[in-house]
Design a protein around this ligand. Structure first.
Ligand code: ATP
Ligand code: MG
Length: 766
């Protein structure tokens, strides 16, 4: 953070300045703010900002309070799951609403009374134009609107109609209640805005008690008033609503001291979407594995990834409170994540891409326990563990190069390197298999070089991490990359990063890590910060999520060895998370030839090509399959993931799937008989010995739904079950299309033909 930013965030922001003045002038006796989420999705990083502001302000003033208000007046999309998630997330961030949790839906009765009050004052009327007519009558920014023909209904007529609306005598959309303000007002929000509409939808808390529901503007200010809120802080998009906020309170004869609305800039973060609707789309269309997928910028996702609440709060603080919208760089967030973890978490050893090293002069049976500190010297925390060392260790594949470039400080034939906390080893021999792949290194160690007791006088420049083969625990590690490839995604389809998750099942951790509790965090030296995933642990799996990479693991190690060279610490702006990279020049000749062919001729991804080229069984299967059926890309997808995984778990000989099966499977997809998703399930069955893909598809009835007769009933069901969304869609929220697609897919168990589904849905909805 620049110094300027720091002093800026320490000075009082504009909201606190307003509050200071209000208190000084005696306008209020204390401060009450509220955080008012609608329970229609999980909270995200933007909400975190709003939480920090609202609860932060309340904490700053003596006697200050912040209410948690569930703003639940739109029944279609709200539910208890969301309410619970909101409570969990706010608490986890470290804020406490005490007894002050409220639900706007608890005010429905009082809001209704206020509505009748406005009708009696001739400030509200029942309008019977259709939604579309209302929109037309509203005019445009440059043209005044027209009066509704129902604007001059008498008080009696209005009361009668409104009561009958409430009693359920009318269908959705037949009438609405509108404020009677000014159809020529330059502020469009003031052109007789809607106050109530008819929705025959069950409310998750009120059940079917109501079939008319108040709109946001009517609900919000009155809810603030009912709760005694002093400063109602919201985001900039509500700037134009402020006039209406005041109008409603004034017309309801609410006197000072009463709540007032203030707006600040939304938090946006690049390479992300920060909107519940878009996040819902990611979840429903299965781009991610749920709201708490560690890639998601939701609070639950960040928690699951291992990001600390402090990091989130520090980040929000660093962004400051502004009056103009802007996009904050993800690197700024990552800076705060590291900054917090750096001060707190133990350092440990883990290896993500194991390469076995046999230390030939280390006695066969010998095992040593090295007492190693968990924390570097510059951190005040204390603690250590016993790190087992033995003759066979794993190092990371990336720390060895057969033909290193000048200045390579890690291991190479004839080269020496220090093992972290242990000895200096020297690479004597490289062992390869028939294909030329490196399988093992033979090294020697120097007993006089033990860390902390080194009497050798030797100096080496590199230090690498390692684990003892016999003592290490095999775990799954998940590496995450940014969620989107484009900096400012317009929509979910726009640049979703399909490589945002990288899983390796072949990682090893030292015993202290394996024995730790779920939710533990570590810095795996030189690899990044990691979190023991509690959700997967409950599923019986040990998984470590990479929270964030280290700034630059390599320079760091060099720096430790050479304290004289001090690089300025700078926040990386561009590079967010590097993937496990590989260097093709290091590959043996035969593998490289295959790799080049796959990437250049067949145009398949580098990582897929490498996976296939490296394993004989995979390349054999792959090359045969593409002779049988010519779709090298699709076939590569299955070979490099499902089949590769199977090989790793079993062994190449045990693979039961044949090239012909693979070819047939991809053909089934291309012919539109099964979807990719179903194909994966089919392949899993084939791999378990369940027969050929064609048989499985036939026997289990997995065929894609390709006719409109078959698909239409599913679509109709979804449409009938979601009248609120249908209305919203028809009133212009066309982005809801994705929601419907997701729902129908769910109903059909993923069997709907996507193109057909698209077409039929378009027809039905438009
Ligand atoms: P979304 O656009 O993601 O659906 P929302 O504004 O509809 O968000 P609400 O549940 O209504 O979500 O928001 C609760 C509070 O959080 C509001 O006061 C809103 O202004 C605030 N908020 C929402 N998104 C952001 C953001 N990106 N930055 C700051 N505050 C936000
Ligand atoms: Mg909103």
């Amino acid at each position: 953070m620049s110094e300027e930013k720091i002093s800026e965030s320490k000075s009082r922001d504009f909201l606190r300045q307003i509050i200071d003045e209000d208190l000084k002038a005696g306008r209020y006796s204390g401060v009450i703010t509220r955080f008012p989420p609608e329970p229609n999705g999980y909270l995200h990083i933007g909400h975190a900002k709003s939480i920090c502001i609202n609860f932060g302000i309340a904490n700053d003033y003596p006697g200050g309070k912040c209410h948690l208000r569930l703003d639940d007046s739109d029944p279609a999309k709200e539910n208890y799951e969301y309410v619970e998630s909101i409570k969990t997330d706010v608490k986890w961030l470290g804020f406490d609403w005490g007894k002050d949790i409220f639900f706007a839906s608890d005010y429905f009765e009082r809001l209704y009374e206020y509505a009748e009050y406005l009708i009696k004052k001739q400030k509200a009327y029942v309008c019977s134009l259709s939604e579309e007519e209302i929109r037309e009558y509203r005019g445009t920014v440059t043209q005044p609107g027209k009066h509704s023909p129902y604007r001059d209904r008498s008080v009696e007529q209005n009361l009668d109609l409104f009561r009958r609306m409430k009693a359920g005598e009318f269908r959705d959309g037949e009438h609405v209640l509108r404020a009677k303000i000014d159809m020529a007002n330059p502020n469009m929000k003031m052109r007789d805005p809607l106050l109530y509409r008819i929705r025959h939808v069950e409310h998750y808390r009120q059940g079917n008690k109501w079939c008319i529901y108040p709109l946001y503007d009517f609900t919000h200010g009155l809810s603030d008033y009912i709760e005694g809120i002093t400063h109602s802080i919201c985001t900039l998009e509500f700037e134009n609503n402020r006039e209406l906020y005041d109008w409603i309170l004034d017309e309801c004869d609410i006197k000072e001291p009463r709540p007032h609305q203030y707006e600040f800039a939304r938090l946006n973060v690049n390479y992300n979407v920060v909107s519940k609707r878009k996040l819902l789309e990611l979840v429903e269309n299965k781009y991610v594995n749920g709201w708490d997928d560690p890639r998601m910028p939701t609070i639950s996702g960040m928690r699951r990834r291992g990001i600390t609440p402090e990091a989130i709060k520090n980040f929000c603080e660093s962004v400051g409170i502004a009056k103009a919208n802007s996009v904050v760089d993800m690197a700024q967030f990552e800076f705060h994540i590291r900054d917090d973890l750096n001060k707190k978490v133990p350092r440990a050893l883990a290896v993500l891409k194991p390469l076995k090293v046999v230390i030939e002069n280390y006695p066969q049976k010998k095992e040593e326990l090295i007492e190693a500190s968990f924390y570097p010297h510059d951190i005040p925390l204390k603690g250590s563990r016993n790190l087992p060392f033995s003759r066979e260790i794993y190092i990371d594949r990336d720390d060895f190069m057969e033909n290193p470039p000048e200045g390579y400080y890690r291991l190479f034939p004839g080269g020496e390197v220090r093992l972290r906390h242990a000895y200096i080893i020297r690479c004597e021999e490289v062992i390869k298999d028939e294909s030329g792949a490196i399988t093992e290194l033979r090294c020697t160690y120097d007993p006089a070089t033990k860390s902390g007791e080194d009497t050798s006088g030797k100096k080496v420049k590199g230090t690498i991490h390692w684990v003892s083969v016999k003592h290490a625990e095999n775990v799954e590690v998940r590496l995450y990359d940014r969620l989107f490839n484009v900096e400012f995604p317009e929509s979910v389809e726009d640049g979703f990063n399909r490589d945002s998750l990288y899983i390796t099942n072949n990682a090893y951790v030292e015993p202290a890590v394996a024995k730790s509790q779920p939710e533990s965090r570590f810095q795996f030296e030189r690899l990044g910060y990691f979190y023991f995933d509690p959700v997967e642990f409950r599923n019986g799996k040990i998984v470590f999520n990479r929270i964030v990479t280290l700034r630059d693991s390599w320079t760091k190690t060099v720096k430790q060895e050479q304290p004289a060279v001090k690089k300025p610490e700078k926040e990386p702006v561009q590079k967010l998370q590097e993937k496990v990279e590989f260097d093709i020049s290091e590959l043996p000749q035969e593998i490289r030839v295959k790799f080049d062919k796959y990437t250049e001729q067949y145009g398949i991804h580098r990582e897929e090509a490498l996976t296939i080229a490296r394993e004989d069984k995979l390349s054999e299967l792959y090359e045969q399959a593409i002779i049988i059926y010519d779709n090298p890309k699709a076939i590569a997808g299955f070979v490099s993931t499902e089949i590769a995984r199977e090989i790793k778990e079993k062994s190449p000989e045990k693979i039961s799937v044949r090239a012909a099966d693979l070819a047939a499977l991809v053909k089934l997809i291309d012919q539109g008989i099964v979807s990719v998703k179903i194909a994966k399930e089919v392949l899993a069955s084939t791999l378990k010995g369940g027969g050929s893909p064609a048989e499985i598809v036939e026997n289990k009835g997995l065929k894609q739904i390709n006719t409109s007769e078959e698909l239409t009933p599913y679509i109709e069901k979804v449409i009938n079950n979601n009248p609120g969304n249908v209305d919203a869609y028809k009133s212009g929220k066309t982005k809801l299309f994705g929601f419907f697609v997701g729902q129908v897919m769910k109903e059909t168990g993923g069997k709907a033909n996507p193109e057909l589904l698209n077409r039929l849905l378009q027809e039905k909805l438009n």
